[in-house]
Design a protein around this ligand. Structure first.
Ligand code: NI
Length: 383
């Protein structure tokens, strides 16, 4: 591998970092990635995508996919790095700029050995991961057609550089979002008995919701319920008619997840009715739990150890990741790679160690070749 790569990786990463774009608006990012790929003599596949790029390297069968995400977050950057975001209020605070740079590096390395590849590698530069719609867009556009296994990464600020973590089975959580609309009767604050106080009712509801994880579901099941928004009123002396609550529920089991909306509905209807008010649940399903194929997770860990990473078998995380949608359709594994940032993901001070880039490029370059060989052997045995 040439010495040119480390500098190249920093150039890509810092340029992406300076020009972050929100989900589904990654137009300039898409242009940059296309341009850099064209410099490597790689043309994007002709898919109907608003943003994002998909490429393919190699020939014949089998076919695997590698995925990077490309979108940023509506967060103000607080670092004082020379390459900090030039876009006020938008920041690559989840490190998708790192992931994209890693996969650009992998594309460059694989292109150099294209004629020796035992199959094809499709690389996805996926938009809109943060709003959980990008993977679905790529699936709908046919980007995963004929792919036999898929791999992806997320940087992990809590891990030191040189550490790789994953696990077979459920790794990231089911992510669901809810809104609860509570409607009472407005009144003068001095005469609350003439109204139905939606703020008091909503407060009961917020407290009661916490009994779902602690009293309705087994403590051995993972259920997290957080109310994150409580919006009511606009005056000091008026009791408002309505309150809006918003929040998220995280679980790992599909069975537990499926029971939650009914439990919330029963609870909020009961409480609201007791006070003579109404409550309504708006439930929005997000991505399913990310479930790694055990064989591919083991493969990813063994290869990482061989490549000099310290490896860890992870415990299930409560965060979400739309890579889960790919793993609903095909086997594969998603890994976490240490990026050693003092401030975590989605924080304005997030400042990952760029030393994570180069080893990750080597890792996925070898992983792609090894996964193709493995699939080829399996198919030879099966035929
Ligand atoms: Ni992310």
């Amino acid at each position: 591998m040439s010495d040119f790569l480390p500098q190249q990786l920093l150039r890509w990463r810092r340029e992406l970092h300076q020009h972050p774009e929100l989900s589904d608006q990654e137009f300039a990012t898409t242009e940059r990635i296309r341009h850099w790929l064209e410099q490597m003599n790689i043309q994007p596949l002709p898919l109907a995508l608003k943003t994002g790029v998909v490429i393919e390297i190699g020939h014949g069968e089998p076919l695997i996919a590698l995925r990077a995400d490309i979108d940023a977050l509506p967060i103000d950057e607080h670092t004082d790095q020379p390459w900090r975001s030039q876009q006020p209020g938008v920041m690559h605070a989840c490190g998708h700029d790192l992931h994209s740079s890693v996969m650009l590096g992998v594309a460059q390395q694989l292109k150099r050995i294209e004629s020796q590849l035992p199959g094809r590698v499709r690389i996805l530069f996926q938009p809109a991961e943060e709003i959980f719609t990008g993977a679905k867009q790529l699936l709908a556009a046919g980007a995963l057609q004929d792919v036999q296994a898929i791999f992806g990464l997320h940087n992990a600020p809590d891990l030191p550089v040189g550490t790789l973590r994953t696990r077979g089975g459920a790794y990231y959580a089911n992510v669901d979002r809810f809104q609860i609309n509570i409607s009472g009767k407005g009144a003068h604050a001095a005469r609350p008995h003439e109204g139905i106080d939606s703020i008091v009712i909503a407060s009961h509801i917020v407290t009661a919701l916490q009994t779902l994880p602690s009293r309705v579901f087994s403590s051995l099941e993972s259920v997290v319920l957080s109310v994150t928004r409580f919006t009511a009123g606009n005056s000091w002396n008026v009791l408002p008619q309505t309150v809006e609550l918003e929040g998220t529920v995280r679980t790992h089991s599909a069975e537990i997840r499926s029971r939650i909306p009914d439990k919330i509905t029963a609870l909020i209807n009961g409480i609201a009715a007791g006070f003579g008010a109404q409550a309504e649940l708006v439930w929005q399903e997000g991505p399913l739990s990310l479930v790694n194929t055990p064989e591919w997770a083991d493969f990813a860990l063994e290869l990482a150890a061989e490549q000099g990473y310290r490896t860890q078998v992870g415990t299930p995380q409560m965060g979400g990741e739309d890579f889960a949608f790919y793993l609903q359709h095909l086997p594969g594994a998603f890994v976490s790679i240490g990026s050693a940032s003092e401030f975590g993901l989605h924080h304005g001070g997030f400042d990952p160690d760029e030393a994570m880039l180069e080893p990750a490029v080597h890792y996925f370059t070898v992983l792609a070749q090894r996964a193709l060989s493995t699939l080829r052997q399996q198919q030879a045995l099966a035929s």
